[in-house]
Design a protein around this ligand. Structure first.
Ligand code: TRP
Ligand code: ZN
Ligand code: CA
Length: 448
């Protein structure tokens, strides 16, 4: 039997969501009328449409094209060289033909012009934009097919899959290909710096793909935003492929430019110059004692420097993340999470708790998290109340005060919870510390 009763199984309470559009209207209606959020049983979240399989052959065709571009332009696609601009032109033409709104952003570095390519998929809530990107430049010593033709081609093919599906997600989708990453994340820093803070705050997340087809691959997931990270982990768990946390250089790719201004980030990586251990070879195959990419930053980073299985899996993981994270199952601001199941508070006894599970949000809890408390009690001075964050951190909401003989604690507290991840099990902890009077937690709620 459920420990949470029938009416409100310690779940998020939300507007009914038969579809993202219906949700938007329902929410707008509530806000307009000022009506309280209904206290009916929670609606099941709308499940995102399944992402399509990304055809490996298409991704490889893009890599072929990037290799040819390098070969025809002095062997590389580096910042300031003809092969870089030709790479931008190729990717842009594909996106334009597929219905994206593209823009080339210029910058100057080392006395030469650099280019970022930005592609917006029309539609969706631009106030909640999900962005995926990859650096398109190579080092000057080679064609840069794994680093980072692989990420560039996979993001391109995922974008083309969005177009083929004519996906209309609740959130807005944007894609980016960065210049001069190899010279110090120059293009992505330029892009982020060019965004006014109001535009930055519209980015719900940035997903980075840099080196995702390493010839002796590992399956590494960035340890950054927990929702993005979990989305990737879920995908690989579904394939039965174990993952590890990326540790070969946090801050060594374009996600750092976004992370540094507070945008939630995540991404995938199959390894660069670090050596695969025997434990890793056991779980992933490949060669222990050898680098994940022996051709990292060298002339042999060519078409033959790709593991097709890794490239295929990671391309599909990108599509999965885009479809999942843009679907709008994340609650808009102002959403309520509530538990209305009564919990008895023993007289002068142990603390009791009531749990509210928060799921589907991105990033941290608000700086002004509203905690609505409804405790029935015949002498409220007996009662000590704390909010417990998912990681166990306690926030004191109310101390005891023996002289306060009034009934009940029915009020809303505001807590700075901005250092806490939003998702997880939040608890209201209540203890009665003095004898004779007693009561119960009637309900409580969090407003994000
Ligand atoms: N971005 C690096 C490069 O292009 C490669 C790299 C090293 C990397 N460590 C990483 C990429 C960690 C992503 C994550 O040379
Ligand atoms: Zn590189
Ligand atoms: Ca008491």
């Amino acid at each position: 039997m459920s420990p949470y009763g029938i009416r409100s199984p310690h779940m998020k309470l939300s507007v009914p969501r038969c579809s993202a559009v219906a949700a938007a209207f329902a929410l707008a209606g509530l806000l307009a009328s000022g009506a309280p959020t209904a206290s009916a049983a929670p609606a099941a979240p709308v499940s995102a449409l399944a992402a399509p399989d990304i055809p490996l052959a298409n991704v490889k065709a893009h890599l072929n094209r990037l290799q040819t571009i390098a070969t025809e332009n002095g062997g590389n696609r580096a910042h300031g060289r003809a092969g870089y601009k030709a790479s931008v032109d190729y990717v842009k033409a594909q996106l334009d033909a597929a219905g994206f709104t593209t823009a080339v952003q210029q910058f100057s570095y080392n006395g030469t012009t650099g280019y970022n390519l930005i592609a917006d998929w029309p539609g969706g809530d631009v106030n909640r934009t999900v962005m995926a990107g990859a650096h398109l430049d190579s080092v000057s010593s080679g064609a840069g097919i794994n680093d980072n033709g692989s990420g560039s081609a996979a993001v391109l093919e995922a974008a083309l899959a969005v177009s083929r599906a004519q996906l209309q997600p609740a959130k807005h989708l944007r894609f980016g290909w960065w210049g001069a990453e190899e010279l110090g994340l120059v293009g992505s820093k330029h892009y982020v710096n060019s965004l006014p803070s109001t535009e930055r705050s519209k980015l719900s997340g940035y997903l980075n793909f840099d080196m995702i087809g390493s010839p002796n691959p590992g399956y590494f997931v960035y340890d950054d935003d927990p929702v993005i990270e979990q989305t990737f982990k879920d995908y690989f768990a579904g394939l039965g492929v174990p993952t590890e946390i990326e540790t070969e250089g946090d801050g060594r790719s374009d996600h750092a430019s976004f992370k540094n201004v507070g945008i939630p980030v995540g991404g995938l990586f199959t390894g660069a110059s670090r050596t695969k251990t025997s434990a890793q070879a056991q779980k992933w195959g490949g060669t222990a004692g050898q680098a994940f990419d022996r051709c990292y930053h060298s002339s042999c980073d060519s078409l033959s420097n790709i593991n097709d299985t890794a490239l295929d899996r990671n391309s599909d993981a990108i599509a999965h993340a885009l479809w999942t994270l843009s679907a709008g199952t994340t609650e808009p601001p102002g959403e309520l999470y509530e538990n209305t199941t009564d919990v008895a508070i023993p007289d002068a006894g142990a603390a009791v708790t009531s749990t509210v599970s928060v799921t589907g949000r991105t990033g941290n809890a608000p700086a002004a998290l509203k905690v609505g408390v409804d405790i029935k009690h015949t002498w409220r001075g007996d009662v000590v109340v704390d909010l417990i964050a998912p990681d166990g951190t306690a926030y004191r909401l109310k101390n005891s005060s023996g002289s306060d003989s009034a009934d009940n604690v029915i009020t809303t507290y505001t807590v700075d919870a901005s250092s806490e991840a939003a998702n997880g099990d939040w608890k209201l902890r209540v203890q009665d510390v003095a004898r004779y009077d007693t009561g119960y937690i009637d309900s409580w709620k969090l407003t994000f």
